[in-house]
Design a protein around this ligand. Structure first.
Ligand SMILES: C[S@@+](CC[C@H](N)C(=O)[O-])C[C@H]1O[C@@H](n2cnc3c(N)ncnc32)[C@H](O)[C@@H]1O
Length: 206
């Protein structure tokens, strides 16, 4: 289900979509409001794309490793890190569906709109649990269950997530104190008007 070549192509113009920028800012605010972030924390953003979420959180954290499987996304991200002279942001090529687990352990892992691209949600949650120190926090933002119209025909990923099922999957690998909130709304035109796509934020503790 890895569609990194598709992301390679759109990476250079990713940040020109104001909805994507606003979405990352809203999710960052949701994380700041729910997790006691400190400048001592080392965070991992998994499926970071061009790093919109990581950039929005960087002032509250000590260090952020921004990981993605798409070389194009990482090239755009590296340009942004260099332009901003950000010494606390570092990129990493990582695909947990095929790469070994990195040795580093993190205080916080966040992920925005990436879970729906990865087939084995349980396996991903297991890997992210292993990558967290204890105590540690996992923050996942993604779409609620939708009818497939968000991506349209041909998309092979998840059509959003049922919150109850995702909570159960997170509990099954060891997470606790799991909470959900709606932190952003997207909408797309359809034949009858507009379809709404709420974005949830799940915060889970290790
Ligand atoms: C919808 S984009 C979201 C990017 C960014 N989080 C944002 O919200 O702007 C999904 C991202 O997940 C990445 N991705 C997809 N499958 C992945 C995998 N197996 N491992 C790591 N990253 C993956 C893609 O390359 C892409 O950058």
């Amino acid at each position: 289900m890895n569609s990194s070549h598709q992301f390679d192509e759109i990476a250079p113009t990713w940040d020109s979509d104001p909805v994507k920028v606003a979405r990352a800012l809203a999710v960052a605010e949701g994380i700041r409001n729910r997790v006691p972030l400190t400048r001592q924390m080392h965070a991992l953003e998994y499926g970071c794309g061009t790093g919109l979420l990581g950039f929005a959180l960087q002032a509250c954290l000590g260090r952020i490793t921004l990981a993605d499987s798409s070389p194009g996304m990482l090239a755009t991200l590296d340009e942004k890190i260099a332009a901003a002279r950000s010494s606390n942001l570092h990129s990493m090529k990582l695909d947990l569906t095929s790469d070994p687990l990195p040795a580093e352990r993190y205080d916080l892992i966040c992920s925005l709109m990436t879970f729906h691209h990865i087939d084995d949600t349980g396996g991903l949650l297991r890997d992210l649990f292993a990558l967290l120190g204890s105590p540690g926090y996992l923050c996942v933002a993604d779409l609620d269950t939708e009818d497939g119209s968000f991506h349209g025909p041909g998309f092979a990923g998840h059509n959003g997530f049922d919150r109850g099922l995702l909570e159960h999957a997170a509990q099954a690998v060891g997470f606790h104190s799991i909470e959900f909130a709606t932190v952003f709304h997207m909408s797309k035109p359809d034949s009858t008007g507009q379809t709404e796509f709420p974005v949830f934020l799940m915060v889970a503790a290790k």
